[in-house]
Design a protein around this ligand. Structure first.
Ligand SMILES: [Zn+2]
Length: 310
């Protein structure tokens, strides 16, 4: 793959259906990306597999505590033409969603003000701690875990989103197991998260613009220390990512597309999150014995061409 050469910009994106290898969609996005030239100066041209790591938002969506989602018909007509619309109600923090800094930081960015440059085609890394949570369901990420990842994979990239895979997404279909409830007390939750020192490290190292987890919260169980450090440092947090779909995704060298609703005064909100990975680094065929997905197969290939700017 070629890095974007000086004087060029991304001009087009072609989406290919990976199963049928036929072009089904073609989008010009030159005007969208021209303003991102500086941000995307290290962006590579070529083909990418897009992997959706978003759970559906529906009545089964897992919310902390009292949260709910509902969808009710608002309008249904058949004659003289078919028309249908719904009303939806949802808490901001449920299912696959983003925490804006404003969630725990009165001076932090509100959801609608998080810059697009921090959400669109940003570098991602995955720190896989799923083995550590097998015997320790309330495992707290340590600074040592992050440093060990850096020893194996190199320093965290600038302006990256650090995603922790606790092996928790597979539990999502059973909310009691996912929340780690041990009694009928809905607030008595038990799951892994980011320890306070690790959260502080991620803010202080100034490499991360956000973090992500596959659990209900970036914190261990009902703690809030990671929320206070991460959001206090004006980073955002992605929670309840469908990381069961990331089998085969490399620990680094992929991009993220994070598109929450632009709720102006939001403390967070549902987000559609997609990983873009070089197909040569990602086996499309699921390795034998590995659980891959609870979601429909929505992977497809995106081709980004670099052309000379006039
Ligand atoms: Zn949240």
């Amino acid at each position: 793959m070629l890095a974007l050469p000086p004087g060029t910009t991304m001009r087009e994106v072609r989406l290919f259906n990976s199963k049928h290898s036929s072009v089904f969609y073609f989008v010009w996005i030159a005007s969208l990306f021209i303003s991102f030239d500086l941000v995307l100066s290290d962006f590579s041209c070529g083909s990418f597999v897009a992997i959706d790591i978003t759970f559906y938002l529906n009545e089964d969506t897992v919310f902390p505590f009292e949260g709910t989602f509902s969808l009710e018909p608002l309008n249904r007509t058949v004659q003289p033409f078919y028309k249908s619309s719904n009303s939806i109600f949802t808490n901001e923090h449920g299912g696959t969603h983003i925490d804006a800094p404003y969630h725990f930081n009165p001076h932090g960015l509100r959801l609608g003000d998080i810059p697009l440059a921090n959400l669109l085609l940003v570098d991602g890394v995955i720190i896989d701690l799923s083995k550590k949570t097998e015997n320790c369901p309330e495992y707290a990420v340590t600074v040592r875990d992050i440093r060990e990842w850096e020893r194996l994979h190199g320093p965290l990239p600038d302006r990256c989103v650090v995603i922790f895979n606790f092996g928790w997404a597979q539990k999502y279909t059973n909310s009691t197991v996912y929340k780690g409830l041990l009694s009928s007390d809905e607030s008595d939750v038990h799951f892994p998260g980011i320890g306070g020192a690790a959260a502080k490290y991620l803010v202080d190292c100034k490499k991360a613009i956000g973090v992500g987890v596959d659990t209900l919260s970036i914190d261990v169980s009902s703690n809030v220390i990671a929320h206070q450090y991460i959001l206090g440092g004006n980073l955002f947090a992605l929670e309840q990512l469908a990381l069961d779909r990331t089998v085969g995704v490399p620990a680094r060298g992929f991009k993220l597309i994070i598109l929450p609703m632009r709720i102006e005064r939001g403390t967070g909100g549902p987000a559609h999150v997609v990983i873009m990975v070089d197909p040569s680094k990602y086996p499309l065929v699921t390795p034998p014995g590995l659980f891959r997905t609870t979601l429909p197969d929505t992977d497809f290939t995106v081709h980004i061409e670099c052309t000379k700017r006039n």
